[in-house]
Design a protein around this ligand. Sequence first.
Ligand code: FUL
Length: 474
Amino acid sequence: MQNFEKAAGIVPSHRQLEWQKTEFYAFCHFGMNTFIGQEWSDGTALPANFDPTDFDADQWVSVIKSGGMKGLILTCKHHDGFCLWPSKYTDYSVKSSPFMDGEGDVVKLVSDACRKQEIKFGIYLSPWDRHEKTYGEGEAYNEFYKNQLRELLTDYGDIFCVWLDGACGEGENGKRQEYDWAGWYALIRELQPDAVISVCGPDVRWVGNEMGFVRESEWSVVPSYYAINEFTEENSQKNEGKKFRESHKKMVIDMGSRKAIKDAENLVWYPAEADVSIRPGWFYHKAEDSRVKDFEKLFKLYIGTVGANCNLLLNIPPDKRGQITDIDALSLDGLRRMLGRVFYENLSAGKTASASSELDGEHCADNILSDSDELYWQSGEGDEKPEIVIDLGEECECESIILRENIATGQQIESFEIQYSRNGRFKRLERSTVIGNKRIIIFKKPVVTDRIKIKITSCRTKATLLSAEIYKSK
Ligand code: FUL
């Protein structure tokens, strides 16, 4: 069996599948840096600095929900080591700060707000810790880190993601800490078996840059050496500074094509996530209030990530009050409205579809137009270039299409075309590569037609589609 056939048989775990459905969720960088105007403070800033004047976690979650996001990941501890919860294992935390007279617990307040407003909650716990004195001492730090993980994974309800950052700015002459990744993973699996372990972890792949640049063909099945932490760490941030956030030069562009995986010994399901900040920095800085990405930029970012088989983790940093500013909130609200306008009317809902082949009656073409997340179409044996035609019943103006593969049974489609019928013949409208969880294509020009064809020009061992939606904007 060739590797591309093996790749076609690799499927996501249950936790990866659930994570993939989350699609678009928020990062909240909040902590010591928020108050002292830095991105990477060195762990010496006094806890007295941490003093939000009007903290309101419910407001964070309302704003995040208004942008259409389905989860929130909080920087419970960033590189400076300052903890947003009263950890028993250090005094460098909220309990030594003026916040709620040392009685506050930001992790509790935020996780409660997420649960109340029904979005998922995840944690970021920086492996690199510039405050903790055991950092660099091997076992002692690994135990300290485990203890902190245990606190966060037992006291705050269900956690959907543990985000392990590969960044370290110690440099060659700095402290060197060998992380006990395997021990940490085992603990995460034991305490929160449904949580994905992202970035320096086995479940979710960092796309490779912080600017939302996504490969044209983002494969979720890749050689297993991309899931080794050294690979991620090597490409992660090593110095404080914005240059890193604006570059994608070091990225491996072809990770998953037939050619790229040809000689790989092992293949894994390792889907991509893009982390991007709504502002130039990850933490809030007043001076960047005028540089918040507007809704049109966010829209492009959304289409370019979520619409290219890559989940989007958008950072919205709360300010010194402990709230998300109106500027960021306005952009998010604008994004949701724009999505509502562009994908206004699903012209294919309730219509019919036919295919060049169907595996059997349970995998019929009409399934792609149903609302169900279980029903999907699968091509028949031996059909190497399957086609599926959606009959809209009447001439309509079509502006975009959203396609989803049934990734629960693997990622198969390598390339496809969208065609439209004109005077009884099909003409090519768009060409694209992989689909995966979602491919969104906004047509270069709207077309008036009564039939749209999805022509799969290359697939691995079969083709599946979970859904196809054809839209007209408002
Ligand atoms: C990077 C960190 O160094 C940044 O400060 C930020 O937390 C980003 C999400 O990851 O590696």
